[in-house]
Design a protein around this ligand. Structure first.
Ligand code: NOJ
Length: 725
């Protein structure tokens, strides 16, 4: 079957001939020009347009509007000596104008096809609006909820992250976009940016090569295998060498081991930042180090523009390095069809956005991304006849729900939870009261909000983070509710009226009091333009929640980093910690449980699912065979529902230590009340390996455990063994 997406990580002799012909005509300055990505703003417009005219620019980022992109393109194509078209890059992270839930939320659907479709819609809108190159998907595995950028990825797991990375590449690079144009994806940030120490953005990452290869790199390799033809070198120092000057990851792994043919673009000013990193004495040395390491294009630092030609002339940077970089950039431009089709049709731009079917998909994804964390006593779904007090700073919010990377997304495109509630419940039954601001500040309506709760049958509190509290450079050390929100929740709870808490955030939060005292908690994330409708439909029972967490929720910040696939240690805890100063020498805490608040893979439904009859069909298998496991899942509740069935393994003893559990498969199934389904997993044994002592990937014969369950902390347990082949 021909894939319905493009593969830009490949080439043909015809393409290479075209590149050769172009390269032969180019001066050194024009070559270096191709290696520059610029940002145009009012302050530099005239200078940048002149640079384009002189053939000193290869790409522009974050230029919005077809008029402006076409204008710049016209200068490149019609006024520069060789007429090489520009490529326009942009950040279309969770939608262009139709804003979908943040990527972390999208991953909680565990439905790659949905992520692919959201990415395809984003590509439709973006390509009609002058974007050729999308700086997404963000594929940084992240075990750090303090890090604001956890919002942008698919959570903490390498397997899930790889599956989702591929789905998004397929969507962004879809064939048949209405504009007749193409988009190239850019998996980022290469590499291990998600490992930032202490969750501070841009921070140092110092990890073993094995962790790099086993945890952080596979989603990149998966994305390139799927046809992604570019990547972005990260800001972070990786084991003492900044990623943007790191030949080990940029040349040895990327080019030599993986055979990647695509373009490496630096992150914003990351070449220039080699100086504050203390990796280069000045901008010239930064340019040299980045070019030698394998950064093909400099995003705005001007290091290449100012120094690269001179470095070549001095012999400090060999000419073939420049030719190779330019070859990759020209190849991409040819693959994208920019030479034949440099301009975007201005008439299409506005009619290509926010189509009804896009809005419908945004609602579906929002609904499926939300995670029911608690529902004691079946308080949810609410009864339509109940009098509801809808309270909180995010209850009628039209902005924060858009999430961290909404860019040109507009508040006016959104529906708030209040809008949604008014559509689902009888108008007279929904009383709305903001209560307090999102952050610290005067709260003159605090008491009124509590009183509103007092006279209602149920209080729905919509609380959480603003969109600006996650995303780039927005790390937090305290992961509870900001401002007076916790006080409001406690005051409303004290009225005795049953409380539902709807949380909005860009990350896992630390909410031990809420988890203990509030009967029903729905995690709604920053759910995009239809988030309000999605919340209301879930609260009203029109939709049965099905999302499951893709990142562990801690009980306390002191547990971070906390993730399901940790190592055993030589002193694995036998209980859940909190021994309060008893001298038991195990790997736990004296003053906190070691278990998370909510484990990876966790999420409830309005119905219940029973797991039974685990059968390991292949109790022994060769390294070239597949592990086959079956289990029967039954809907034992009263409603139809969807369940995300997860398969985990543990390699009991290896030449290097292995995690206590590793996700190796998942399936989402839909069951009517009383219905049962036998779910069958087939996992190739080659996917059960790791990077061994010599750092090569291997599958080791030996004994394993396997679980099929509803999340990382529960499941039916079985055993199998891999035999020597
Ligand atoms: C910096 C961010 O780290 C990166 O993700 C983004 O693509 C660039 N800025 C361009 O906006």
């Amino acid at each position: 079957m021909t894939p319905n997406h493009y593969n830009f990580n490949q080439t043909t002799p015809q393409i290479e001939e075209r590149v050769d012909a172009l390269l032969a005509k180019m001066t050194l300055e024009e070559k270096v020009g191709q290696m520059m990505q610029i940002h145009i703003h009012e302050g530099n417009r005239a200078e940048m347009e002149e640079r384009i005219r002189q053939g000193q620019v290869g790409s522009i980022l974050s230029l919005y509007g077809v008029k402006d992109t076409n204008h710049a393109q016209r200068i490149a194509v019609e006024e520069s000596r060789l007429g090489i078209p520009l490529i326009f890059g942009n950040d279309v992270i969770h939608g262009y104008r139709t804003i979908f839930p943040i990527p972390l939320a999208e991953s909680c659907t565990w439905e790659p096809a949905l992520l692919q479709e959201a990415a395809r819609i984003a590509a439709e809108e973006a390509s009609a609006n002058g974007v050729d190159w999308n700086f997404a998907p963000m594929v940084d595995v992240c075990r750090e909820p303090r890090w604001g950028r956890i919002a942008e990825g698919a959570g903490e797991d390498v397997y899930l992250g790889s599956v989702m990375a591929q789905a998004r590449v397929r969507g962004f690079q879809a064939k048949g976009l209405t504009s007749g144009r193409k988009i190239a994806a850019c998996p980022k940030h290469y590499a291990a940016y998600g490992g930032a120490e202490a969750g501070k953005d841009y921070n140092t990452v110092d990890i073993s090569e094995r962790t790099l290869r086993d945890l952080y790199l596979p989603p990149f390799e998966a994305a390139f295998d799927e046809g992604a033809g570019t990547t972005m070198s990260a800001f972070n120092d990786l084991n003492g060498i900044p990623s943007t000057g790191n030949a080990f990851i940029l040349r040895q792994i990327l080019r030599e081991e993986w055979g990647f043919l695509g373009v490496v673009l630096s992150d914003w000013n990351a070449v220039g930042e080699l100086v504050p990193h203390g990796f280069a004495a000045d901008l010239k040395e930064a340019a040299k180090r980045a070019a030698l390491a394998g950064v093909d294009m400099d995003m705005i630092s001007d290091a290449y523009h100012a120094h690269l030609a001179e470095l070549v002339r001095e012999g400090a940077v060999p000419a073939p390095i420049i030719n190779e970089a330019v070859r990759r950039i020209l190849r991409l431009k040819i693959q994208l069809g920019l030479f034949e089709n440099p301009y975007t049709d201005e008439a299409l731009a506005s009619e290509s956005i926010l189509k009804p079917e896009y809005r419908a998909k945004a609602l579906e994804i929002a609904q499926k991304s939300m995670v029911l964390l608690k529902n004691e006593g079946g308080l949810l779904p609410l009864d339509e006849g109940q009098r509801i007090a809808l309270i909180g700073p995010l209850a009628d919010d039209h902005h924060h729900i858009l999430g961290a990377w909404h860019r040109i997304g507009e508040d006016a495109d959104t529906e708030s939870v209040l809008d949604g509630m008014r559509a689902v419940f009888p108008l007279a039954n929904v009383a709305h009261m903001e209560g307090i601001p999102l952050e610290r500040g005067d709260a003159p309506h605090f008491r009124e909000a509590v009183e509103a709760a007092q006279s209602a049958d149920v209080a729905v509190l919509v609380v959480g983070e603003g969109e600006f509290m996650s995303g780039e450079a927005h790390s937090r050390a305290h992961l509870g509710l900001p401002g007076q929100q916790q006080a409001l929740v406690e005051a409303v709870h004290a009225t005795g009226t049953p409380v539902v808490v709807v949380l909005m955030s860009g990350r896992p939060l630390v909410i031990p009091w809420i988890a203990e005292h509030i009967p029903s908690v729905l995690q709604a994330w920053h759910g995009g333009i239809r988030a309000g409708g999605a919340v209301a439909r879930i609260l009203g029972g029109r939709v049965n929640p099905s999302g499951k967490l893709t990142a562990t929720w801690p009980r306390a910040e002191g547990q971070i980093p906390i993730y399901y696939n940790h190592k055993s240690t030589g002193r694995p805890p036998t209980g859940d910690g909190t021994l309060q100063f008893d001298m038991i020498h195990l790997s736990d805490y004296m003053d906190e449980y070691i278990s998370p608040q909510f484990p990876f893979g966790f999420g409830l439904s309005y119905t219940r699912f029973a797991y039974a009859d685990l059968e390991v069909v292949t109790p022994t298998l060769g390294v070239d065979a597949a592990l086959v496991v079956e289990a029967a899942i039954t809907n034992t509740g009263e409603r139809a529902g969807e369940e995300i069935v997860q398969l985990y393994v543990r390699d009991l003893a290896g030449e290097v230590t292995r995690p206590v559990k590793e996700l190796k498969g998942f399936q989402k199934i839909s069951l009517d009340p009383g219905e049962s389904q036998t779910v069958r997993f087939e996992v190739p044994a080659r996917e059960l390996g790791f990077h061994g002592l010599d750092m090569s990937y291997k599958v080791e014969p030996g004994d394993f455990k396997v679980w099929v369950g509803p999340n990382a902390a529960e499941g039916l347990e079985g055993e199998f063994a891999i035999e020597r082949g």
